[in-house]
Ligand binder design. Structure first.
Ligand SMILES: Cc1cc2nc3c(=O)[nH]c(=O)nc-3n(C[C@H](O)[C@H](O)[C@H](O)COP(=O)(O)OP(=O)(O)OC[C@H]3O[C@@H](n4cnc5c(N)ncnc54)[C@H](O)[C@@H]3O)c2cc1C
Length: 415
């Protein structure tokens, strides 16, 4: 009998396992899917790496720094800043502290007033000196309210913050907690967005590779939790001194017998193969033209990580506005927008994959409960971990897994 059963081998579950195993406990991970990783997985298609939805690792994530070997992941970095499509043209926006050569284009980009750009600098200068714990416990309001309270103009909100934050929160009303807004701005200011050379799934694989192979059971869905006993769908019954439910928020509610706590924010991502890249920079392109058109953001991933495409080819990701997936004219509208942005070359782009992910991120809108860092113990012997208990991110999932492990260790020591 293992000392601890962990249900779910996403980032929260495997980090919990790594921590407990490192302190000498016998752990059994039980995962419903055919491999570890949860929402961080990558499909290999014709030599292209397709992450299941565009996502990035931030090098400033504290928990990721503690857990991961960045150099073994062979991180490939995005250029700091973004390119924003506005008024039929692309405009570069960069942090002048990191890209002094882009200071003029940043100042003159029609993406906000000069005062707005100075306010962004003021905001990030304040946030970089704050401790993450303080940001995640600060008084909460919606992000939109926080932007209004900081006197940002409607121009910068519509052309920069809405597409930028909308692509991170996966909702563009900007009703997500201001705690997450501040966490995100701090994260971007302190580090770089990056991709592991061989796909985002290398992140969970790296953690899992440090665990004994027999401690991970895949294709094993848990259907019931009773006390400290779990029952798999195939009828197997397992018991342990402690059980950690490290699933997504909806599955946790079912297993723990609690009401569903939060709705989901969804997204959709399409991947295209091209013979030649439509631009050279390893940078995120934001759509500042408003939510009337399908694209939220676009990236030539092979400019960031050449390993994402086979030699001589380019890989382009297009992430859609959350509401665009409901548009029946999507394909026509999307092709038209791509053609407006990059011209007739887009006719040759070949769709490689399309991921529609209704359950991408647990909503952390203020009206859905905001962002609460939750204690891991649910009841004696039963604990929970997952991104919904922290900042709704890779960092939050890792951190909640570690915190659940610490709570288990303390309780087992005391008993
Ligand atoms: C498209 C997309 C883009 C994102 N972009 C970013 C980004 O750029 N940066 C960032 O930091 N974060 C991003 N995120 C968020 C990040 O990926 C997640 O917050 C994190 O991976 C969640 O990890 P988790 O362990 O909490 O949950 P999950 O990854 O959902 O893991 C839960 C695991 O539990 C398993 N499970 C569920 N029910 C059962 C059961 N009954 N029995 C056994 N196993 C079960 C599931 O199969 C799964 O493997 C993005 C997410 C998505 C989907």
């Amino acid at each position: 009998m293992p000392e601890v059963i962990i249900v779910g081998a996403g980032l929260a579950g495997i980090n919990c396992a790594l921590y407990l195993q490192g302190r000498g406990l016998d752990v059994q991970l039980v995962e419903a899917a055919d491999r570890v990783g949860g929402r961080v997985r990558t499909d290999s298609v014709e030599g292209f790496q397709l992450d299941r939805g565009f996502q990035v690792l931030q090098t400033s994530y504290r928990e990721a720094q503690k857990t991961l070997d960045f150099s073994a992941l062979q991180l490939r970095h995005f250029e700091a800043g973004a390119v924003v499509r506005v008024d039929g043209r692309f405009h570069s926006l960069a942090d002048p502290r990191r890209a002094p050569s882009k200071i003029m284009s940043t100042l003159f980009a029609p993406v906000g007033t000069l005062r707005d750009k100075l306010r962004v600098l003021e905001l990030v200068s304040r946030l970089v000196t704050e401790h993450t714990g303080n940001l995640l416990n600060a008084p909460e309001r919606t992000t939109l309210q926080a932007l209004h309270d900081s006197s940002f103009s409607p121009l910068i909100i519509e052309r920069f913050f809405r597409p930028f934050l909308g692509g991170i929160f996966l909702e563009e009303e900007l009703e997500t907690s201001s705690r997450k807004f501040e966490f995100v701005m701090r994260t971007f200011a302190l580090g770089r967005a990056a991709l592991p050379a061989h796909g985002m799934e290398e992140i969970p694989k790296q953690i899992a590779s440090k665990l004994p192979a027999n401690s991970i059971m895949v294709n094993a869905r848990v259907r019931r939790l009773t006390g400290n006993t779990v029952e798999l769908e195939n009828g197997t019954v397992m018991r342990a001194r402690a059980v950690v439910i490290a699933t997504d928020v909806s599955s946790a509610a079912v297993l723990l017998g609690l009401p569903e706590r939060r709705p989901w924010n969804g997204t959709a991502c399409l991947y295209y193969a091209a013979e030649k890249p439509p631009m050279e920079e390893p940078v995120l392109v934001l759509n500042g033209e408003g939510p009337g058109s399908p694209i939220n953001n676009l990236c030539v991933l092979s400019n960031v990580a050449p390993e994402y495409a086979p030699p001589g080819a380019s890989l382009i990701s297009v992430t859609l506005h959350a509401n665009a997936t409901r548009n029946v004219l999507l394909d026509t509208d999307l092709r038209m927008q791509l053609r407006q942005w990059f011209g007739s070359q887009t006719r040759e782009w070949r769709e490689l994959g399309r991921y529609v992910i209704p359950r991408a991120l647990p909503s952390q809108k203020v009206s859905d409960g905001g962002l609460q860092v939750e204690p891991p113990q649910v009841r004696p012997g039963v604990y929970a971990a997952g991104d919904y208990m922290d900042s709704g991110s890779i960092n939050g999932a890792l951190r909640s897994g570690r915190k659940a492990a610490e709570a288990v260790l303390e309780d087992l020591k005391a008993s």
